[in-house]
Ligand binder design. Sequence first.
Ligand code: OAD
Length: 230
Amino acid sequence: MTGPIVILTGAGISAESGLGTFRDKDGLWTRYPLEDVATPEGFARNPALVHAFYNARRANAAGAKPNAAHHALARLQREHTAGVVIVTQNVDGLHEAAGAEAIHMHGELSRALCATCEARWDAPLVMSPTGRCPECGKAATRPDIVWFGEFPYHMERIWEELRKADLFVAIGTSGNVYPAAAFVQDASRAGAETLELNLEASAVISDFDDARFGPASEIVPAWVEEILGK
Ligand code: OAD
């Protein structure tokens, strides 16, 4: 039987729930310059633009439902007794909506952060540059999203889980953004088997022991059946 499993998910797992990916054809970064909407410098230049971008993402995510891949991972987390840790780069709440627990290394659309005092609270559906922090009262509120140039959340815990894993699986992520793109190497060095489940080969495909290609809603439930049947 397989021991502890660590799963990394990216935008591809939510694509069939109607949420856009970043780097595919028509992806978000082909339509919005990421330096403008996903960096601290962009926010300093034009906070209204950045809030408008994330307000639109939040509205999309609020209307989205988990798909068969999210449900299959939630089932795996419930039934695989050796433990399943889901680490997601996604800022939507679709793992939780399917009944799973996930570590959000790039933050969450549903949370707000004060750039002055670092207080965090549930984000309203629409945020704006005039919104005030409930703790310190300053108009310095931002989405609780990790931008380029900032350090992802929960890294010590994630690296510890990678060291303990027997199997590391990356699902629907292009392997372009670090440190997540290096998790396969971290897990491999610590002795885990590694598997990529993706629509197309990622930028780091050569680091994986094995790979399966297809839409997440098909290949993830099939893989989960296999693991639980073992
Ligand atoms: P990308 O947009 O870079 O990659 C999406 C991946 O999903 C690609 O490998 C696609 O082949 C795959 N894909 C698309 N549709 C799929 C489907 N139906 N089933 C399975 N796979 C599918 O998204 P990420 O790798 O998640 O960070 O991007 C990583 C980070 O870059 C994001 O968290 C975000 C972004 O900039 C921040 O905003 C900080």
